[in-house]
Write a protein that binds this ligand. Structure first.
Ligand SMILES: NC(=O)C1=CN([C@@H]2O[C@H](COP(=O)(O)OP(=O)(O)OC[C@H]3O[C@@H](n4cnc5c(N)ncnc54)[C@H](OP(=O)(O)O)[C@@H]3O)[C@@H](O)[C@H]2O)C=CC1
Ligand SMILES: CC(C)(CO)C(=O)C(=O)O
Length: 314
C-alpha cells in the first residue's frame, strides 16, 4: 500500500516506521523545518518494542511530488489541522482515503466537510511517544496500539486492506466495527487525564492520593459521557467505570502528552480537546462546569509557556 504520513511527528514517524518495516511504501509529507531536521539527523525510532532506522526515508515537501497514494495517515496536532487541507484535498484527488489519528472528535466532521464523508476513516492510538532534540521518536510505553474502522459503509474494503497490512506490522491493531464509540471513549479518557494532569502540573499518582482532586477527573468523565450521549453515541456508565479503573491503575508517574507539552513549553492542544468538548456540549445544551473550569485553568499555558519556564515559575 502507498501510505503518505501528513504529520511526521511522534505518532506519524512511529507508525510510519512500523508500516515501512512491514514492507509498505511510506512517504512523509513535511514542512520546511522538519525537512531540514530530517536531512541533518535522519529518521529513527528508539523503542522498547524495537528500534528502527529509515535507511533512505521518502520525504517530500510538496504534495505535487506524490504520484500514488492509497492512504493518508494524518497525525498533526489539532491546532494544525486547517493547514493540512490543501495537501489532503490534492491527495484525495489522487485516490487517497484519510485516516486521522488525532485525539478528540471535532476534526472528524471538519474533515468530512472538507473532503467528503466517504473518504474519512475513524482512527485513534494508544501510545506514549515523543520526539527528541534530533527529531527521532522516543517510545517507552509497552503499548503501541492503532485502532481504526469505517465511518461509512463505502469504507469496508479499505479498512479490510488496512487490517491485512497492519496485522503484519510490529504494532497492536484493532479493527473496530464501532469506531465512533471508540473515538468518544478515548476522548472521554484523554480529556479527564490530560485535563487534571495539565491543570495541576502533576502526574496521576499525587492526583489520586487526594480524593478531592481525583473527583474532578471523575466529574469530567461524567460530563464527557453526557456530551457523547447527547450526540447519540452510546458511551455507558460501564465505560466511565472502565476509564476510571484505567486512571486508577496507571503507574504513579504516568502523565498525559498535554502535561508533558506544558512542561516542555510547547503549544497545547487545549482548544481542540477541552475547547472542542465545551463547543460540542453547548451545541446540545449540556452543562459542563468541570470541563469549563479545567479549560480556564489551563488557558494561560496554552501558547506561551516558555517565558514562565525560563523564569522557573512553573
Ligand atoms: N504523542 C503521543 O504519545 C500521542 C499523541 N496522540 C495524538 O496524536 C496527534 C499527533 O500527536 P504527536 O505525534 O504527538 O504530535 P507531534 O507534534 O509530535 O507531531 C505533529 C507533526 O505534524 C507536523 N505538521 C503540522 N502541520 C503540518 C502540515 N500542514 N503538513 C505537514 N506536517 C505538519 C508537525 O511538523 P512541523 O515540525 O512542521 O510543525 C509535527 O512534526 C495529536 O492529536 C495527539 O493528541 C494520541 C496518542 C498518543
Ligand atoms: C493517554 C495517552 C498517552 C494514550 O495514548 C494519550 O493519548 C495522550 O496522553 O495524549
Amino acid at each position: 500500500m502507498n501510505i503518505v504520513v501528513v504529520g511526521a511527528g511522534a505518532l506519524g514517524v512511529y507508525f510510519g516506521a512500523r508500516l515501512e518495516e512491514a514492507g509498505e511504501k511510506v512517504t512523509f509529507l513535511v514542512r520546511e523545518n522538519r525537512a531540514s531536521q530530517i536531512e541533518k539527523h535522519g529518521l529513527k525510532v528508539n523503542s522498547t518494542k524495537g528500534n528502527y532506522t529509515f535507511e533512505d526515508p521518502n520525504v517530500v515537501k510538496k504534495v505535487e511530488e506524490i504520484d500514488e497514494v492509497d492512504l493518508v495517515f494524518l497525525s498533526v496536532k489539532g491546532y494544525h489541522l486547517e493547514g493540512t487541507f490543501h495537501s489532503l484535498k490534492e491527495l484525495r484527488k489522487k485516490g487517497a482515503y484519510i485516516l486521522p489519528v488525532l485525539n478528540g472528535i471535532e476534526h472528524i466532521p471538519i474533515l468530512q466537510n472538507e473532503l467528503g464523508k466517504d473518504f474519512v476513516l475513524g482512527g485513534l492510538s494508544f501510545i506514549m511517544a515523543t520526539l527528541n532534540e534530533k527529531g527521532h521518536v522516543e517510545h517507552n510505553s509497552d503499548f503501541h496500539q492503532l485502532v481504526f474502522g469505517s465511518l461509512e459503509a463505502t469504507q469496508t474494503s479499505i479498512c479490510h486492506q488496512l487490517k491485512e497490512i497492519a496485522s503484519k506490522a510490529n504494532i497492536q491493531v484493532e479493527a473496530s466495527d464501532d469506531i465512533l464509540r471508540e473515538l468518544w471513549k478515548k476522548y472521554m479518557f484523554i480529556n479527564a487525564f490530560s485535563g487534571i494532569t495539565t491543570a495541576t502540573n502533576l502526574p496521576i499518582g499525587p492526583i489520586r492520593s487526594k480524593q478531592e482532586t481525583f473527583r474532578i477527573a471523575e466529574m469530567m468523565l461524567q460530563e464527557m459521557k453526557l456530551i457523547a450521549n447527547a450526540h447519540n453515541v452510546n458511551v455507558s456508565e460501564e465505560d466511565v467505570e472502565d476509564a476510571k479503573s484505567k486512571l486508577m491503575s496507571l503507574p504513579d508517574k504516568a502523565t498525559s502528552s498535554m502535561h508533558q507539552d506544558r512542561r516542555k513549553g510547547y503549544v497545547l492542544e487545549l482548544d481542540h480537546l477541552h475547547g472542542g468538548a465545551i463547543r460540542l456540549a453547548k451545541a446540545m445544551g449540556v452543562e459542563v462546569p468541570y470541563m469549563e473550569s479545567i479549560y480556564g485553568i489551563i488557558k494561560p499555558f496554552e501558547n506561551n509557556q516558555p517565558n514562565f519556564t525560563k523564569k522557573g515559575v512553573s
